[in-house]
Design a protein. Structure first.
Length: 72
C-alpha cells in the first residue's frame, strides 16, 4: 500500500517529489532501527544464556543476517 498509494499522493502535491524523498528516507530509517531492535534479543540470548561475549554474539548475528539475505 505504501509503495503504490503514497507515490500517487505525492504526485498530486506541489512539492511532492521532495516530500516523497523525505518520506521514503524516513521509512528506511524506521525499518533499519526496528530490525536492529529485533536482532538485539537474539544477541542478548547468546550473551546471557550461553555466556558468549558481546562481540562474538554480534558477529554471529551479523553472519546469520547476511547469510539469510543472500537468497533475496
Amino acid at each position: 500500500l505504501t509503495f503504490m498509494t503514497m507515490p500517487a499522493v505525492f504526485q498530486q502535491l506541489p512539492f511532492g517529489q521532495g516530500l516523497a524523498v523525505v518520506f521514503f528516507s524516513l521509512l528506511v530509517v524506521a525499518a533499519l532501527s526496528s530490525s536492529i531492535s529485533l536482532l538485539e534479543h537474539l544477541q542478548c540470548f547468546l550473551c546471557e544464556s550461553l555466556g558468549w561475549s558481546r562481540r562474538a554474539a554480534c558477529n554471529l548475528v551479523i553472519a546469520l543476517v547476511m547469510a539469510g539475505g543472500i537468497p533475496v
